[in-house]
Design a protein around this ligand. Structure first.
Ligand code: SAH
Length: 220
């Protein structure tokens, strides 16, 4: 695979990040991490699309899935308020881009994917790009990854029909849970849950988004 990151691509990326910065709502460390990561390498046949990869757009990846808009990644990562060494569970590894952003910020990332085609390719790409510490799992994110719980933060990167109870259980007290929750208009409302205690959850809302669905079971 060609891992080139040319001056032109770096330049396009810088412009994209500057345009996100001008929106004034994203954390600066998140933007700096995104500026260091060659997003074009997360798309198959990336060289043909590299200009488009540095526009604020989502893209089709394998298995009928998508790599989220850069602004959506910036939003979810900002809401997580990442601290170095945070232990994070991501539901929906997909292209691996979001996992790379979290890892670049110094978090310990555990990421689960239900689509075999993506699980077969993304972990290798992440390793090639130097993200050797990200742990990837093949399975159904509704169940989480109990073996490594509890997590400081949990992030769902597909449209969740509910707030999965099993994931709330795997979150530390004081932990943050960011998820796009499907609303009555069939879009998603971005939600952040703070787990105050075993019984008290604080729920905040952050606008409307559109994600691919979170589906049950595995897909081969
Ligand atoms: N974070 C990804 C976003 C990919 S799109 C990225 O940066 O590219 C959402 C992903 O969630 C898809 O790959 C989809 O297959 C996956 N997904 C959907 N339902 C899931 C589930 N129950 N468990 C794990 N992954 C799931």
């Amino acid at each position: 695979m060609n891992l080139a990151d040319t001056y032109r691509q770096k330049g396009l990326r810088k412009k994209l990040i500057q345009s996100l910065r001008e929106k004034g709502k994203f954390n600066e460390q998140v933007l700096q991490a995104m500026e260091r990561i060659p997003r074009h390498l997360f798309l198959p046949n990336s060289s043909a699309f590299d200009t488009l990869m540095y526009e604020d757009r989502a893209f089709r990846i394998a298995g009928g899935q998508t790599i989220s808009h850069p602004s959506t990644v910036a939003c979810q990562t900002t809401l997580l308020e990442i601290q170095a060494n945070d232990k994070i569970l991501e539901i929906g590894t997909g292209s691996g881009y979001q996992a790379a952003v979290l890892s670049e910020m110094g978090a310990r990332v555990y990421s689960i994917e239900r689509q075999k085609v993506l699980f077969d390719t993304t972990p290798g790409l992440l390793k090639q790009l130097g993200y050797t510490k990200i742990k990837t799992f093949f399975g159904d994110g509704f169940a989480g990854v109990a073996a490594f719980a509890p997590y400081d933060k949990i992030l769902i990167t597909c449209a969740s029909p509910e707030i999965p109870e099993s994931l709330v259980k795997q979150l530390k007290i004081g932990g943050y849970f960011v998820l796009p929750l499907t609303n009555e208009d069939d879009n998603q409302t971005m939600i952040r849950i703070i787990k105050k205690s075993e019984t008290e959850l604080i729920k905040e809302e952050f606008g409307t988004f559109s994600f691919v669905p979170m589906l049950k079971g595995k897909s081969y």
